[in-house]
Ligand binder design. Sequence first.
Ligand code: ATP
Ligand SMILES: Cc1cn([C@H]2C[C@H](O)[C@@H](COP(=O)(O)O)O2)c(=O)[nH]c1=O
Length: 188
Amino acid sequence: MYIVIEGIDTAGKSTQLDILKQKFPQAVFTKEPGGTEIGLKLRAMALNGEAKSKVAEMFLFLADRAEHIEEIIKPNKEGIVVSDRSVISGISYASNLPLEVVTSLNLIATSNILPSHVILLELSKDELTKRLSGKTNDSIESRGIDYLIDIQNRMKKTVEILNLNHIFIDASLSIEEISKKIEDFING
Ligand SMILES: Nc1ncnc2c1ncn2[C@@H]1O[C@H](COP(=O)(O)OP(=O)(O)OP(=O)(O)O)[C@@H](O)[C@H]1O
Ligand SMILES: Cc1cn([C@H]2C[C@H](O)[C@@H](COP(=O)(O)O)O2)c(=O)[nH]c1=O
């Protein structure tokens, strides 16, 4: 089982992952970018805003993804592996390029391995504005509310185009309500 939790910045992914860690102690928990040793270096490069080219930035995330699939997902997917972000973020955040082009590149990076379960936490514009104002924003978050809402729309489209088994959850529900929905989805 390859479960991914997705959503734009501040959607509540880490909050729900902390709860899942208690509920599924036998699972392997991982993340993109930065789930491997090389990935930590690629994450730092991608998020410090140093790359002038959006294409260069996308290739940093793709390199992280390829290594993550090889080192973490392939060896663990017969058990339960839960990842904070995935190919869905990869396709959606690279919004300077057409969806079909970025999808092809991402499928090369993942060796065509796709998640078996996608949990997408969906934020309203108002709730996103409130949550982003409560934290220091990194180079990607600083691109603003409209950029992130557009990414969220691309995420939903990507899940549908790839025909992935999924649940979309209103991220403004209570932490407990969201957690119950996630548990029910995983348990089928
Ligand atoms: N259901 C919820 N209702 C209200 N606030 C929430 C809820 N879930 C999380 N939060 C709050 O929203 C903020 C962002 O949550 P969290 O760090 O879990 O998001 P994230 O998706 O992991 O963010 P990022 O992608 O930026 O790392 C935190 O302050 C958290 O306490
Ligand atoms: C996988 C991936 C991520 N991003 C962006 C999304 C976030 O702004 C950061 C990661 O930060 P987090 O605290 O770990 O959520 O990177 C991206 O632009 N492209 C990607 O492929």
